[in-house]
Ligand binder design. Structure first.
Ligand code: HSE
Length: 312
């Protein structure tokens, strides 16, 4: 009746796939304990690592869990303990980890009544609370694992994308806060046809590059001429960080989700380590406190750490 799960951090957008592409990280993520109780609803008993609301209706995990219970017309309830390792507002899917972890865990404890697609839909309710928009490009890779493409969010249509075996991500998180809702407000609501053509050329080629494990094609396609020029203004040192990551051998570099984290993708772990160091050095020179991570791609998504789900 109690399980502990690992909820991965995620990189949304991956440069040219604004609001549609995302990938899950292997070594960075939250932990969550989910306990079945008689009391109806969701009760959050403890949150460590971050100062976040305990009240279920104000917490992304609470809202996602409640959406699931309501849809299932479930009369009992669940207690949650959330151990945040991903900082809120960092741009690597902190709210998505909480929202998807809870619904995945409840599904296990109830004998898997829901499909992964339904879980994404419930988790999107949590995302809506966090950013004002129910985007699925973080919750989909968290739940499915690997790389995912949200072809459509209404009706929901999530496509799993092949993940090249030697792909590694490097992430630096400068300790400044950028709220997703704010960094969405500064975006233009229309784009030119010329920009559209460039972006979907890159997006199509990036997906082809993932399938073919063609790292040169992946590298050529990791571009974003629409969102990055606007959002990067909010991130000190962005252009220099990008330049240094590429000089260190990364395939490409861009803003992770809505920032402020910056990611780069590399072929092989050693190059990813070099890229992370190069990116981190720029932030150190700017005297900007930051974290840096290197991670493989998590192809499993959310994982059980302890406890056992109920067999369907
Ligand atoms: N696609 C979303 C955005 C992700 O860039 O606003 C937020 O993490």
């Amino acid at each position: 009746n109690e399980i502990k799960v690992f909820c991965p951090a995620t990189i949304a957008n991956i440069s040219c796939g604004f609001d549609v592409l995302g990938l899950a990280l292997g070594s960075v993520g939250d932990e969550m304990v989910i306990r079945k109780t008689e009391l109806p609803g969701i009760v959050i008993t403890r949150i460590t690592g971050q100062d976040l609301p305990l009240e279920a209706q104000k917490n992304v995990a609470g809202v996602a869990g409640l959406a699931m219970l309501e849809s299932l017309n479930y009369q009992g309830g669940f207690e949650l303990e959330i151990h945040k390792k991903i900082k809120a507002g960092s741009g690597i899917g902190s709210s998505a980890a909480s929202a998807s972890g809870v619904v995945w865990g409840i599904n296990q404890l109830l004998g898997e009544p829901c499909t992964e697609e339904q879980l994404v839909r419930f988790a999107m309710e949590g995302e809506k609370l966090a950013s004002g928009t129910p985007h699925a490009d973080n919750v989909a890779p968290a739940i499915y694992g690997g790389i995912t493409l949200v072809r459509s969010s209404d009706p929901l249509d999530v496509v799993r994308i092949h993940c090249p075996s030697e792909l590694y991500a490097s992430v630096v998180h400068p300790h400044i806060e950028i709220k997703t809702a704010d960094s969405r407000k500064i975006l233009r609501t229309s784009i030119s046809l010329a920009d559209g053509i460039r972006q979907w050329g890159n997006l199509g080629a990036l997906i082809a590059g993932f399938y073919k494990e063609d790292y040169a094609l992946i590298s050529r396609s990791l571009e974003d001429h629409i969102i990055e020029p606007i959002r990067s203004i909010l991130i000190p040192g962005f252009d220099e960080i990008k330049q240094q990551a590429l000089a260190a051998g990364a395939l490409g570099c861009g803003i992770s989700g809505s920032g402020p984290s910056i990611f780069s993708l590399s072929k092989g772990e050693e190059t990813a380590q070099n890229a992370a160091r190069a990116m981190s050095d720029v932030l150190s020179k700017l005297d900007l406190e930051h974290d840096a991570y290197v991670s493989g791609i998590n192809t499993e998504g959310i994982k059980l750490i302890t406890g056992k789900g109920v067999s369907p």
